[in-house]
Design a protein around this ligand. Structure first.
Ligand code: NAD
Ligand code: DAU
Length: 353
């Protein structure tokens, strides 16, 4: 069933992927209207959207997805036809130190949005609607080195509180289609990288620490594998799903780009040697630290379904994407320094004690 999104409500749009999505969308579809809802948690940064503030098609609402009444109001007031749900607690390490916020936002928060969408779209007879839920490959658990990549039919075996909260939310979304008939779709994507990623995540953390000559912490033996995708390629996939994806379907999104953590950190060190020579190779900063509890060994996405059904193909090569990313963090030093100077420093002390 084709869908033509006209007025979007985007949750979590002040975060990493959500803000990139809004920029991507406003660029690709300047005639559509976007209402953005974000609670501005530690991970949300209005600065990511500042260049859009004067745009009449863009409205920012500071609110929590748990506020069902507010979401109902926005859906009705703006006649929204498409809800794209990015808002979440997203950092695995933080979910280990404090899982409560993850269950609250990721499970109850997603349910709150579904309740609002049901009320405004279904109970009030608006059949032209789409609820897209942005999820993660972590719901499938971990892979052994030679196992085939995750497909959409893999069993859900989440290992961290974060992954479990996302798995739960996926099931709740599914139930709102099967029970009430809400037009839902879900995407499960691999690790993203690119501009505006909060510097608690591996790639921006390593770039920032290289610039400051600080230790580059590698958990355990550094042989864990992640499948990295440039953030715009994730958002291109979401765009295709919203327009052409089949209702009640899940689509995996990934770039067939597996890297062991130690190799990707070494690569970034080499790029930093080129862009920001420091007298000694940056890889000398690599420091092995204690492993993440329950650390998943390998993720890999099989994206055949979205490629074959919807004609998806990533546009960014890893070679160009990682260079763009390193360059972006070097050009936006104030952006990440402001984050690192604030309460974020308390987190560093806690996680890397
Ligand atoms: P992020 O942590 O950078 O951003 C999350 C945003 O959600 C922030 O702006 C935050 O303020 C907002 N938020 C948090 N709780 C909220 C609440 N209760 N109400 C309203 N807003 C709230 O996360 P991200 O990396 O951009 O991830 C976005 C989505 O994509 C998440 O659902 C995540 O599970 C999923 N995902 C992320 C990746 C990745 O590699 N980062 C990969 C696959 C899927
Ligand atoms: O797979 C998709 C997921 O990718 C998303 O659902 C999550 O929201 C997102 O945060 C990301 O999760 P990861 O745990 O894979 O990302 P992170 O950047 O935290 O870590 C990447 C890998 O690097 C992981 O194996 C842990 C390791 N790591 C991370 C940090 C922060 C280190 O070795 N040292 C570090 O200091």
């Amino acid at each position: 069933m084709k869908h033509t999104p006209d007025i979007l409500l985007v949750t979590g749009a002040a975060g990493f992927i959500g803000s990139n999505f809004v920029h991507y969308w406003m660029n690709a579809y300047p005639d559509s209207k976007i209402i953005v809802l974000d609670a501005l948690t530690y991970a949300g940064n209005k600065e990511n959207l500042v260049s859009l503030e004067q745009n009449k098609s863009f409205t920012f609402v500071h609110a929590d997805i748990l506020d069902t009444d507010k979401v109902e109001f926005l859906l009705r007031e703006y006649n929204v036809d498409t809800l794209v749900h990015f808002a979440a607690e997203s950092h695995v390490d933080r979910s280990i130190h404090g899982p409560d916020a993850f269950f609250k936002t990721n499970i109850e928060g997603t349910h709150s949005l579904l309740k609002a969408a049901k009320k405004v779209w279904l109970d009030e007879g608006k059949t032209n609607h789409r609820f897209h839920h942005v999820s993660t490959d972590e719901v499938y658990g971990t892979l052994t080195p030679d196992a085939p990549a995750f497909t959409e039919t893999n069993q859900y075996l989440p290992n961290s509180p974060y992954a479990a909260s996302k798995a739960s939310s996926d099931h709740i979304v599914r139930s709102y289609h099967h029970t009430y008939g809400l037009n839902t779709t879900i995407s499960n994507c691999s690790n993203n990288y690119g501009p505006y990623q909060f510097p608690e995540k591996l790639i921006p953390l390593v770039i920032a620490n290289c610039l400051d000559g600080k230790a580059l912490p590698i958990y355990g033996d550094g042989q864990q594998i992640r499948d990295w995708l440039f953030v715009d390629d994730h958002n291109r996939g979401i765009d295709l799903i919203i327009r052409n994806g089949q209702i009640d379907n899940t689509y995996n999104i990934g770039g067939n780009n597996e890297w062991a953590n130690i190799d990707i950190v070494t690569l970034i060190c080499e790029l930093m040697d080129e862009y920001h020579p420091a007298g000694a190779p940056h890889k000398q900063l690599i420091t092995y630290v204690k492993d993440r509890p329950g650390h998943d060994r390998r993720y890999a996405i099989n994206a055949s379904k979205i490629m074959n059904e919807l004609g998806y193909a990533p546009q960014e090569t890893f070679e160009t994407g990682i260079r763009k990313t390193v360059q972006w963090y070097m050009d936006h030093e104030q952006w990440w320094r402001r984050i690192m100077d604030g309460s974020y420093t308390n987190w560093l002390d806690k996680n890397y004690e």
